[in-house]
Design a protein around this ligand. Structure first.
Ligand SMILES: Nc1ncnc2c1ncn2[C@@H]1O[C@H](COP(=O)(O)OP(=O)(O)OP(=O)(O)O)[C@@H](O)[C@H]1O
Ligand SMILES: [Mg+2]
Length: 287
């Protein structure tokens, strides 16, 4: 609850920071504390503390190999699928620790959807791609329910008008940008809370990229989005908050570890970052 002053104006308004990001209204969807990720003995990500706020778009930027994908995969336990991967520290998702025993990783992946760098539709019809998840989850028993979910999801992904007359044709016959929007439709069809996007536009042309960016703005009221991107303009255009990661090379042991250098409102990261390494990176003088 927010306090209300005598004029009835919610105190929340006062807590907007100078970059317009509101502090009070936002709940944290994720809270990572001292999060470390290992592949065998190799520590890929070290001691990350960060919060992801509800209904914001958070961008992860940083040079290749700094652990952006590794960290993103923690948020829906995709790292469970990599035998050598191990996560230490705590990662809270709302009120639960995602890595607690008893947390169902299948349910985690339903609530926290993922869109990958390369569009990866199933070799099935457009309709079946979107219907697959709801069917598996037992949410689409009747044909009319499935039809509704498919239409709603394709509309949310701004794809309905382009494909409504060819729903039963193969998804593999779509353009790359359409396939990526189909993957977004497939992710939203199971009614997730969070969308994780790992360089979702890197295989797309500027027009398809702009379409995905517009789409992100349209759906951010319903979802919390975390996007990894190498494209500085994309991070600046789309995100509310940006986390910059870097690779730290140990002087003694020659090991390379990903660390989070800073996380701030995007406007600040790109105009007056706290850390010199961030400034060097965003101005193109490093990495
Ligand atoms: N499955 C894996 N097994 C072993 N090491 C891995 C694995 N996946 C990633 N790594 C290592 O972990 C480190 C971080 O990799 P990650 O893919 O998370 O980086 P990234 O920031 O996403 O890079 P890019 O921008 O190139 O996608 C790298 O040193 C990488 O070689
Ligand atoms: Mg990556």
């Amino acid at each position: 609850m927010t306090d209300t002053d005598s004029s009835g104006v919610a105190a929340e308004a006062e807590t907007q920071d100078e970059y317009g990001a509101s502090a009070a209204s936002a709940r944290n969807v994720f809270e990572a504390r001292a999060l470390n990720v290992f592949y065998g003995d190799f520590r890929a990500v070290r001691d990350v503390d960060l919060d992801i706020r509800e209904h914001e778009i958070t961008a992860f930027i940083g040079p290749s190999g700094c652990g952006k994908t590794t960290l993103l995969r923690c948020f829906n336990r995709m790292n469970d699928l990599i035998p050598s991967a191990r996560v230490e520290g705590s990662l809270r998702y709302h009120d639960v620790d995602l890595y607690d025993e008893g947390v169902d990783s299948v349910e985690v992946r339903r609530r926290i959807g993922m869109v990958f760098q390369k569009p990866n539709p199933f070799p099935k019809s457009i309709y079946d791609n979107v219907a697959y998840g709801p069917r598996v989850a037992g949410r689409a028993k009747k044909k009319s329910d499935t039809d509704d979910i498919v239409e709603r999801s394709l509309r949310r992904a701004a794809l309905w008008d382009e494909v409504k007359d060819r729903l039963n044709t193969s998804a593999l016959g779509m353009s790359g940008g359409q396939q990526q929007r189909l993957c977004i439709a497939r992710a939203v069809a199971v009614d997730p809370d969070v969308l994780l996007m790992d360089e979702p536009c890197s295989a797309l042309d500027p027009i398809a990229t702009a379409r995905i960016e517009e789409l992100m703005q349209e759906i951010k009221d319903e979802y919390t989005i975390v996007i990894v991107t190498h494209n500085m303009q994309q991070a600046a255009r789309t995100s509310d908050r940006t986390a910059f990661f870097s690779v730290e090379v140990s002087e003694t042991s020659d090991t390379r570890t990903g660390i989070m250098v800073e996380m701030n409102p995007t406007e600040k990261v790109f105009s007056s970052p706290d850390d010199e390494r961030t400034e060097q990176y965003v101005t193109g003088r490093f990495g």
